[in-house]
Design a binder for this molecule. Sequence first.
Ligand code: FAD
Length: 280
Amino acid sequence: MNRREYLQALLAMITAAATGPAGASDRKTKARDLSGTTVIVIGAGLSGLAAARNLHRRGATVTVLEARDRIGGRTWTSTLWPDLPLDMGASWIHGTTGNPLTTLAEANDVRLLPTNYERSQAYTARGNRVGASTEQELARLREALEDQLELAADAETDQSVRQVVDDLIEKLDADSDTIRLLEFVVNSSLEQEYAGSAESLSCYWLDDDGFDGPDALLSTGFRAIIRDLASELNILRTGRSNRGLANHHCDGEDRRSTVQRRPRRRDLAARCAQVGTRAF
Ligand SMILES: Cc1cc2nc3c(=O)[nH]c(=O)nc-3n(C[C@H](O)[C@H](O)[C@H](O)COP(=O)(O)OP(=O)(O)OC[C@H]3O[C@@H](n4cnc5c(N)ncnc54)[C@H](O)[C@@H]3O)c2cc1C
């Protein structure tokens, strides 16, 4: 499965979780009944929960293993101010048209609050508004970086975002001011968004295809969606990373398995399920 196919499969999974089997008219989501199959999904973020719910609704017996003491992964809604839920991780539905997250929000009576990125205003660390010429320079660098990342996404071998940034610095023969602005672009639009350093981000796995429509915040925060996805599921918060399972091999026919920390055999069979999420 190549990257594009993987992303399409992931989207189909979230769509199926959003619409449920009854609403799943797409051929891919009308997959066979999984009654009698046991599945372990690793990670209770949006992807794991959406995959788990889809499998559960298709009849599989699903257990989700989550390393942290909370679910939601990179989404986390703070309720410190009870009347103002505040998302500390993912906050926006980027492009609400046809987005399965919009379907999930609507199913949970969550109000969408459209915002306009064009009207955002940047400030320096000293609290001064960033001037028009700096804004223009930031836009130029953002565009140059996006072009390079797009090329890297289609390259023969994968590269880290850091490699692409370093190449761009060299290509632009950038001075220290330009490098500072470029690093700001990298940090604010990639490292914070994906919660990883430029060194650890793969160009193959950056998002490429987006949705149309405005960006919108959720009146309840992402919490309502996470809660809904989790509501039918058996989730074990293990308090440790379940990496042993990631070394599991599944050889299709007789489903023999090898793992480092050996769970019971019937649990191992679960890892052979068609869509089981590997350790991230
Ligand atoms: C600050 C920030 C802002 C963002 N803003 C937006 C935004 O506005 N809009 C948007 O669409 N996206 C945004 N994103 C990105 C979005 O949060 C992620 O794309 C999305 O949440 C990823 O979901 P996931 O389930 O794939 O991964 P994750 O949310 O990372 O979930 C993975 C889960 O698996 C668990 N796990 C990992 N390894 C193991 C293991 N070995 N054993 C057991 N459990 C394991 C983790 O603890 C985690 O709970 C933002 C991200 C961040 C960090």
